[in-house]
Design a protein around this ligand. Structure first.
Ligand code: C2E
Ligand code: MG
Ligand code: MG
Ligand code: MG
Length: 281
């Protein structure tokens, strides 16, 4: 990089940047062994139905319990794993862990057990082995396909060439639900949406900002949220609002007709035991 920045920068040493680069390199180089050693684990966060407050699903969120740096959030390592390609085996591991967990909840709680919603990185959605991996993991864990949802970002779905789209169709035909994650933050071809094998929109947390305060809501934000919800419903999709942090937001979303919501107001991401305590209520 120094070269590209021109000769005058050669002499500059940026210790912070250097430390960041070293940390990135270390994390990325040690990730495969960490996966082998079982340093990754999954937290779960409920998706709560707004009409009756029951738990419709839970999102699986991966964490890395690093022996030196402590617990790392996914924004520290998912992009690195995408760069190196490790996201494919890591993502497969998350999928298996989540399906095993969802199967255990199905045994313990029966029909009111939540579906599990697993994030798919762009690189995973383009992986030719995706459909076979999902099918095998469902078989081996005994989880019905209808209890699995896969979350893809708008860009993963919209820029998709024919083959990944075929994969999503195949998954959808198996009964797996497909959700668009962080909807509204990227570029979406709304007209195209109706031709996609998608079941749910997850509305990005940024839309919740204007609905936050107890007194008064930002009328434009409220209108955008209401419009997204009715668009989704017109397309036959369900809507989950992300990043719901206050009672006022939850109540406004319920009145707008949003199906479910996820956020700190209901529950932070937690262990399977935390989820079981909520399910038992
Ligand atoms: P995401 O899929 O949009 O997940 C929601 C994120 O919002 C989670 O962050 C969650 O902890 C956080 N969140 C939940 N409720 C609230 C709230 O009320 N307020 C705020 N401010 N945040 C809230 P987390 O766990 O750090 O995950 C970040 C991102 O990392 C996820 O965003 C997802 O894109 C990615 N990710 C997580 N697990 C996986 C995985 O297994 N595979 C892949 N490919 N990506 C993953
Ligand atoms: Mg997600
Ligand atoms: Mg999201
Ligand atoms: Mg996100």
């Amino acid at each position: 990089w120094a070269k590209a920045d021109g000769k005058s920068r050669w002499a500059l040493y940026d210790p912070e940047r250097n430390a960041r680069e070293v940390a990135r390199f270390t994390l990325s180089a040690t990730m495969p062994a960490a996966l082998e050693r079982g340093e990754f684990f999954v937290d779960y966060q409920p998706l709560v139905r707004l009409d009756d407050s029951t738990i419709a699903g839970v999102e699986a969120l991966v964490r890395w319990q690093h022996p030196e740096f402590g617990r790392l959030a996914p924004d520290r390592f998912i992009a690195l794993a995408e760069e190196t390609g490790l996201i494919v085996p890591l993502g497969r591991w998350v999928l298996r862990a989540a399906c095993q967990q969802a199967r255990a909840w199905l045994d313990a709680f029966g029909e009111c057990a939540p579906f599990v919603s697993v994030n798919l990185a762009v690189r995973q959605s383009r992986d030719p082995g995706l459909v076979a991996d999902v099918r095998r993991i469902l078989d081996e864990t005994g989880l019905p396909a209808t209890h699995l949802q896969l979350e893809l970002t708008e860009s993963a779905i919209m820029d998709t060439a024919d083959e990944p789209l075929e994969a999503l169709r195949a998954l959808s035909e198996m009964g797996v639900r497909i959700a668009i994650d962080d909807f509204g933050t990227g570029y979406s071809n709304l007209a195209y949406l109706r031709h996609l094998p998608v079941h749910e929109l997850k509305m990005a947390g940024s839309f919740m900002e204007g609905l936050r305060a107890a007194e008064g809501a930002d009328p434009v934000d409220a209108q955008i949220v209401a419009t997204l919800v009715s668009l989704a419903h017109a397309l036959g999709l369900t809507v989950t609002a992300e990043g719901v942090e206050t009672a006022a937001q939850a109540e406004r979303l319920r009145r707008i007709g949003c199906d479910s919501a996820q956020g700190w107001f209901f529950a932070r991401p937690g262990s399977p035991a935390d989820i079981e305590r909520l399910l038992a209520r």
